[in-house]
Design a protein around this ligand. Structure first.
Ligand code: NAD
Ligand code: AKB
Length: 313
């Protein structure tokens, strides 16, 4: 990775991944792009330009003008937003990825694609979810994720594009708010705990989902993209997880630091149905074996760090 392009860079992952890539590969070697303007840190530490991933000639131009050799393709609509705008979600998530893969094919770039626990559905084994298993998602977001996984495999086998990817669980971070997903409660709860010592959760108390703290998510992306090609049997769509909990368990962990914190539940049927269709705990042994994946943060360590960081804001 010498010259890197990040799409969707102002989002929850991109805003932190861009900074991590800049500190590792040099500020001048990581170009951040998004369809919406960027705020302070992204523009202060390096270059930023507006780029709509649905515009294939614009992506090709940016890649060519900047001698890009690696694309972290993050631009997408997340699960809850996608369910409100399914046609737009298909357009951004699928045509955007196809355009990024085409630019990678033409300009011989490697490409990172973040899939999700959403690529699974109700017919998938929910516990110890295998790396290779049935994938029949019932959300438009999940459909774009499983299609994206297949498209990345296709571009690798058919055109030799070095496309690699992870199936992320819900990501928790303190820097940028999440962009409209089903796991957003696990971030919102921290702001509410600090501001009003109370949170009204939109998922049921016993909704168990895989989760990961952002430093681990960033480390996983960079680690996978720098792994030796020979090591990878799967290459795309690696299950990765760090912890698995319910809203009730997360609240109990927060109460260890803020004893007066309370949680109540007001269920959003749309997001509850989405969460109920996802696995509860993935098996990530393929990632561990093939490229040495290991998370650093468990639930107690993540909660402690989140509360410290958000209190300081
Ligand atoms: P986000 O919603 O915070 O950010 C996505 C970014 O894409 C936004 O900044 C948005 O402006 C941009 N975008 C939307 N349409 C665009 C377009 N047409 N052209 C260019 N940019 C566009 O999402 P995120 O959480 O940072 O997720 C990034 C990627 O990781 C997505 O593919 C998402 O599906 C995947 N992922 C995220 C999570 C998570 O918990 N955050 C979990 C699994 C997978
Ligand atoms: C969402 O909830 O949509 C994302 C995801 C798990 O893909 N956080």
């Amino acid at each position: 990775m010498k010259k890197i392009l990040v799409t969707g860079a102002t989002g929850q992952i991109g805003s932190e991944l861009t900074i991590a890539l800049r500190s590792r590969y040099g500020d001048e070697n990581v170009l951040a792009t998004d369809k919406r303007p960027a705020l302070n840190e992204l523009t202060q530490s390096g270059s930023f330009c507006l780029l709509d991933v649905r515009d294939v000639s614009a992506i090709n131009q940016v890649v060519e003008d900047n001698n890009i050799d690696t694309i972290f393709h993050l631009a997408a609509l997340l699960s809850a937003v996608a369910e409100q705008k399914p046609q737009q979600a298909w357009d951004v998530n699928m045509n955007g990825l196809l355009n990024a893969l085409e630019a990678s094919r033409k300009h011989r770039c490697a490409l990172f694609f973040p899939s999700s626990i959403a690529a699974f559905g109700t017919e998938t084994p929910p516990m110890d979810t295998p790396q290779d298993t049935i994938q029949r998602p019932t959300t438009i977001y999940g459909i774009t994720k499983v299609s994206g996984e297949l498209l990345c495999d296709y571009y690798y086998h058919r055109f030799g594009v070095d496309a690699r990817g992870l199936r992320y669980p819900g990501l928790i971070s303190s820097s940028t708010l999440p962009g409209g997903g089903t796991t957003d409660y696990a971030v919102d709860i921290f702001y509410a705990a600090i501001k009003s010592q109370h949170y009204e959760c939109f998922l049921r108390a016993d909704t168990q989902l895989d989760m990961m703290y952002m430093p681990d998510a960033i480390d996983a992306a960079i680690h996978l993209m720098t792994a030796g090609s020979q090591q990878l049997k799967h290459r795309n769509a690696f299950n990765v997880t760090a912890m698995s909990f319910t809203p009730q368990q997360l609240a109990a962990e927060i109460q260890k630091h803020i004893p007066e914190f309370t949680i109540t539940y007001s269920i959003d049927p749309l997001r509850q149905a989405i969460a109920d269709s996802w696995p509860r705990h993935m098996n990530d042994s393929a990632a561990r074996t093939e490229w040495g994946w290991q998370a650093q943060f468990d639930l107690p360590a993540m909660v402690k760090d989140m509360l410290e960081k958000i209190t300081l804001k």
